[in-house]
Design a protein around this ligand. Structure first.
Ligand SMILES: Nc1nc2c(c(=O)[nH]1)N=C([C@H](O)[C@H](O)COP(=O)(O)OP(=O)(O)OP(=O)(O)O)CN2
Ligand SMILES: [Zn+2]
Length: 135
């Protein structure tokens, strides 16, 4: 019997969507206002879910306090109030789209989650735009 436990978190970050290899006309055609060279910010909302068997001793799939601390250390401290394109190594050569940010978050958390549990990332870039990644 598997159960999914989830923790919400948030961070604020700035980004610009563009490809260095494309000229400004092409970048504006594809990315529109998101190609503004002055960057813009989002209040990202993150839902991290871990699915697995309930431990018969603790009653936990995973201790939510441990999950909370893990998200703070690995994600919030790493991304909050950052310019993703400039300050975050993974995005120096990778467009910081919601899809790519979700994959980066999954890769940073996965080594810390029990291999017998599944990990899912839901990332809201705006209240109406969100992506889901499960590895
Ligand atoms: N597949 C993706 N498409 C877009 C992404 C993305 O990460 N993946 N990102 C953007 C922009 O960064 C931004 O998220 C779009 O903002 P906007 O279109 O203004 O979205 P809103 O939800 O604020 O728009 P409403 O009109 O208020 O619904 C673009 N595309
Ligand atoms: Zn944006």
């Amino acid at each position: 019997m598997k159960v999914k436990v989830s923790r919400k978190a948030h961070f604020n970050a700035a980004h610009r969507l563009y490809r260095k290899e494309w000229d400004d006309a092409k970048n504006t055609e594809i990315f529109g206002k998101c190609n503004n060279p002055n960057f813009h910010g989002h209040n990202y909302e993150l839902i991290v879910s871990v699915t697995g068997e309930i431990d018969s001793d603790t009653g936990f799939v995973m201790d939510m306090k441990v999950l909370k601390d893990l998200i703070k250390q690995e994600i919030e401290d790493y991304l909050d109030h950052k310019n993703l394109n400039i300050e975050v190594e993974e995005f120096k050569n990778l467009n910081p789209t919601a899809e790519n940010i979700a994959v980066v978050i999954w890769r940073k958390l996965r080594p810390h989650i029990s291999s017998s549990n599944d990990l899912e990332i839901v990332l809201y870039e705006t209240p109406r735009n969100f992506v889901t990644f499960s590895g």
